[in-house]
Design a protein around this ligand. Structure first.
Ligand code: ZN
Length: 128
């Protein structure tokens, strides 16, 4: 396994982590197969979506914020139930194919860390 840190800057912030995931694949020495990209957090997630136009990620941040309002009624005393809900909607990992030692993504696809309770520094684990 290898890992890296991702600083986030807003409460809801999708960060394109395609480049550091590519670097992790090289560090792991995976030639072909797939890697799992995973966040060990309960208020952040991992997803794959368009990264050619950064407005897509910005729009999706807004979609998730409208889908799950920050204000409840919720019971969780920490006050961040919306972030937990959004993390479960996107999921905590993505499996990405690897070919010739590099990620095999679609033309428009990138890997995103989806922050829902930032700003803070998140860990991303990459495993073969
Ligand atoms: Zn919480």
């Amino acid at each position: 396994m290898t890992s890296f840190s991702v600083p986030t800057r807003r409460r809801t912030h999708w960060v394109d982590i395609t480049a550091p995931v590519r670097k992790a694949v090289r560090e792991l020495g995976v030639a072909s197969g797939a890697v799992t990209v995973f966040v060990p957090h309960t208020t952040a997630g991992i997803t794959i979506n368009e990264h050619a136009d950064p407005d897509v990620a910005t729009d999706l941040e807004g979609v998730f914020d409208r889908l799950v309002p920050w204000e409840g009624p919720y019971r969780h005393a920490e006050g961040n139930t919306a972030a937990h809900a959004k993390a479960s909607l996107v999921g905590s990992s993505a499996r990405v194919p690897v070919e010739d030692g590099d990620l095999r993504l679609g033309t428009w696809q990138g890997v995103f860390l989806c922050e829902f309770d930032g700003p803070r520094t998140r860990q991303v684990w990459v495993t073969p």
